[in-house]
Design a protein around this ligand. Sequence first.
Ligand SMILES: [Cu+2]
Length: 312
Amino acid sequence: MKTKWIVTVFCLFTLLAIAAGVLVSRHQFKNAPVAQATQHFEVKGVIREIEPDGDTVLIQHEDIPDFMPSMTMPFSLRGTNVSHGFAAGDQVRFELTVTKEDSWISRIEKLRTLNVTAGYFEGKNENRLEAGDTVPDFTLTDQDGKPFHLTDFRGKAVLVTFIYSRCPLPNYCPLMSKNFSSLQQQLTKEFAGRFHLLSISFDSEYDTPQVMKSYAEVFTKDETTWTFASGNKQQIMTVASQFGLVYLPEAGSFAHDLRTALIGPDGKLITVWRSNVWTPAEVESRVAELLQQKPVVAAASNKRNPTDQRDN
Ligand SMILES: [Cu+2]
């Protein structure tokens, strides 16, 4: 029973992938790279927001037959720049490429401009935390159905990320879990007993502790240093909003951004990584810096005055 849903989901996706591959192969874009297990979809939608980095764009897209229902979600851009000539409200056509490991959009072209309001990514919440703030304690339920508190991990570096188990795009939630899996292995070697990972699902209805348990088993063999949490809608909303995460239920799925936070052993927020562009190496070095208390200020001043060779 435990792993059954995962098997079902995987089977379903394989079937959909095959069906979609057959369906879309007839109207693939010219010059589209042909690779096995790579799918291309021609999709239409409306730009809701362009992320400041210009690499991610939030699009409300139409149905992608046999792949994904209509929803609003962030897409990574490749080979296309939308910093100029595109704005929220533009109706666009683009190519969505989905491989086993990744997904992105390219060949985005404007069809016409509609008048809509944006603002999904910058959720306006008053309880958003800043670096240095103590993260308020919260209680959620772990993958074994037991309640836990954030303060249970006091004295450790805590990495928190948000996911939902049914997320269909490999470079969103599944990537967060893959990255956490790499981090768990690396941090276990370097800082055993001094860190904890926490993946929180924002799909309160579907992701029960049982579902999270099955999900956990896909990504880790060590659940002592990685908790897969669920909770009711209000609990999750409260926690997520503190880190600036925005997620909106849409047709059985979620339009969502990503947030990964590092909390210090003293319970204070160190930093929050947005989106899916952070790497395990980058986060690992931030954790190492935190746990080793590297003299960051001294290093910076040395850089500024390379000729200043005081002994200290
Ligand atoms: Cu996702």
